[in-house]
Design a protein around this ligand. Sequence first.
Ligand SMILES: CC(C)(COP(=O)(O)OP(=O)(O)OC[C@H]1O[C@@H](n2cnc3c(N)ncnc32)[C@H](O)[C@@H]1OP(=O)(O)O)[C@@H](O)C(=O)NCCC(=O)NCCS
Length: 242
Amino acid sequence: MGFIKYIKDEMKIIRERDPAIRTSIEVFLYPSFKAILRYRLANKLYRRKHYFLARWLSQRTVRKTGIEIHPGATIGKGLFIDHGNGVVIGETTIIGDNVTLYQGVTLGGTGKEKGKRHPTIGNNVMISAGAKVLGSFTIGENSKIGAGSVVLSEVPANSTVVGVPGRIVKRDNIKIPREDMDQVHLPDPYLNDVTYLKKENDYLKEEIRKVCKRFDEIKSTCDKLDEVDRLLAELKRQDKIK
Ligand SMILES: CC(C)(COP(=O)(O)OP(=O)(O)OC[C@H]1O[C@@H](n2cnc3c(N)ncnc32)[C@H](O)[C@@H]1OP(=O)(O)O)[C@@H](O)C(=O)NCCC(=O)NCCS
C-alpha cells in the first residue's frame, strides 16, 4: 500500500470514528496516527529480526504518544486509538480489522501464561476507556467492552461486557436478564465463594443434625439404664434380690 493511500485511509478512519475532528489535516496531530504508523515500521523490523531497532522505535513512540504497542503484535486494518494515553498492546496480541481502543486500555497477559499470552481481538470490536483484557483468549467480533472493565476470559461475538470481572450484559443487542445471565465462563470469584460457603454450611448443618440424633439415642439408652438401676435398687431395698 502506498504511503499517500495509507494516510488517506487513516484520515477516513479517524473522521469516521471521532466526532471531534473538524479538518482532515488534524489527523497528523492524533497520537493514534503517529503510533500506528511507527508500529507498522517497527513490526517490519521485528519480522526481519531487528529486535533492538524495533523495540527502540516502539519505546520512542511511547515517549511521544503515550501508546505502547509491542512491535511483535499483529494488527489488522483500520485500528483507531482515541486519545491514546496509557494504551498498552502486548507482544502476542492479535487485533482484527476496524477495532477501536480508548485511552488506558491494556491488552496484556496475566503473567501466568507462556507463548501466546495476550488476547485476540475480533473485527469491529470496541474497547472502552480504562478496560483491561488480560490473557490469551478471544474477544468475538462486533463486541463492546465497557469502560473500566476487567475481562479475564473468552467473549462471544456481538456481546457487551461490563464490570470487574467482566460479565456479559447484552448479546446480539438484547439485554440478558440478571437471573439467567450466562456468564459464559467469565469467572465470578464472589459468587464462587458464596456457593462454596453455602455448600460447606449445608454439610455442617447435616453433620450437627446427625450428632444431635445420636445424642438423643444415647440419652434415651442412659434413661433406660437409670430406670433399670432404680428398679434394682428398689428390689434390693425390699430384700427381693441380693
Ligand atoms: C459498554 C458501553 C459501550 C455501552 O454498550 P451498550 O451495548 O450500548 O450497553 P448499554 O448502554 O445498553 O448498557 C447495558 C448495561 O450495562 C451497564 N453499563 C454500561 N457501561 C458500563 C460500564 N462501563 N460499567 C458498568 N456497567 C456499565 C448499563 O448501566 C446497563 O445496565 P442495566 O442493564 O442494568 O441498565 C458504554 O457504556 C461504555 O462503557 N462506553 C465507554 C466509551 C468510552 O470509553 N468513552 C471514552 C471517550 S473519551
